[in-house]
Design a protein. Structure first.
Length: 306
């Protein structure tokens, strides 16, 4: 292990191969440790990418940097900060269970109209009406990767049919390519967006895609806010419903029309940060530090050093 490591949690410093070579930084003001000696930097994790600039700006003050480790799956917001000679790794797999659980919770809450019942309970009002169900629904998962697979595993016991869509078709795995999206949308009852944000996915789900959905269909976004066109959703005026853990803009301003849009349920980008995430993240980081210290190949490399 050459140089020092800068990580978020005391547990990872205590369990590191050489704890004396590991410093702590949880975000905010730049750490007091010597940044010029940092070779392994774990960017402090927060559930949202908002406010990340301070944590990323200090990369420019790390001339000995070899590895940047993210604990998020998405890494598009980091690319411009990481020099080409530095290896970039993400947290693929760490959020699968948490994000899939939240996606399922949003689907159930929207289909069974839980916000209505929460308000009725507050007002002591008893007013049952017929409910939708997930059973016998066709659920399309757009961005079928490890999180998409985790979503599918949780959906199948609910007697749903899952349609897999990814950037490229994988016929041997039953995965459709995104070029088939428009042909598939008219048959979907629920659409789940779990794609990362790239130039190809920005605005992927817009006015044309909404128009292809049947009335009362549900769109769930647990990927990135700009993948879904906010204005196109607002124009639905409730014809197509939505459950959003990510929004565009984000954070959502208090006076934004999405808060009160008919048929829209919003949670504040909390899908990936459940109690299941943190023990998995610490365990992964411990293994990654050990790999780095011994010169073994790193896991989850998304952009090798050039």
């Amino acid at each position: 292990m050459g140089g020092r490591a800068l990580v978020q949690w005391e547990q990872n410093r205590a369990n590191a191969p050489d704890p004396r070579a590991v410093d702590l930084y949880g975000g905010g003001a730049a750490p007091e440790s010597a940044l010029e000696e940092v070779a392994f930097y774990q960017v402090p994790y927060t559930p949202s990418t908002q406010g990340a600039d301070a944590r990323l700006d200090i990369i420019a003050r790390m001339p000995a940097l070899e590895v940047v480790q993210l604990l998020s799956s998405g890494y598009e917001h980091v690319l411009s900060h990481v020099p080409e000679h530095v290896t970039l790794c993400n947290g693929r797999g760490l959020h699968d269970a948490s994000t899939a659980e939240h996606a399922l919770a949003l689907m159930l809450a929207a289909q069974r109209d839980l916000p209505r019942w929460a308000l009725d309970q507050r007002d002591h009002r008893w007013g049952p009406v017929p409910q939708r169900s997930l059973a016998d629904s066709r659920v399309m998962v757009i961005g079928y990767g490890s999180i998409g697979e985790a979503v599918e595993c949780r959906l199948l016991p609910f007697e749903t049919e899952v349609v897999r869509v990814a950037s490229r078709a994988r016929p041997d795995e039953g995965v459709h390519g995104v070029d088939e999206l428009h042909a598939l949308l008219p048959g979907a009852d629920v659409v789940v967006l779990v794609t990362p944000l790239t130039e190809r996915t920005r605005g992927l789900f817009g006015a044309r895609e909404f128009a292809l959905l049947r009335d009362d269909a549900l769109v769930v976004n647990v990927g990135r806010g700009p993948v879904l066109d906010t204005e196109a959703l607002l124009a639905q005026n409730g014809r197509v419903r939505a459950a959003l853990d990510v929004t565009d803009p984000e954070p959502l301003p208090a006076d934004h029309p999405l808060w009160d849009a008919p048929g829209v349920l919003v949670t504040p980008h909390v899908a990936g940060g459940s109690s299941a995430f943190y023990p998995r993240a610490r365990a992964f980081l411990a293994r990654q530090l050990a790999r780095w210290a011994t010169g073994e190949p790193l896991a989850n490399v998304v952009r090798p050093a050039r």
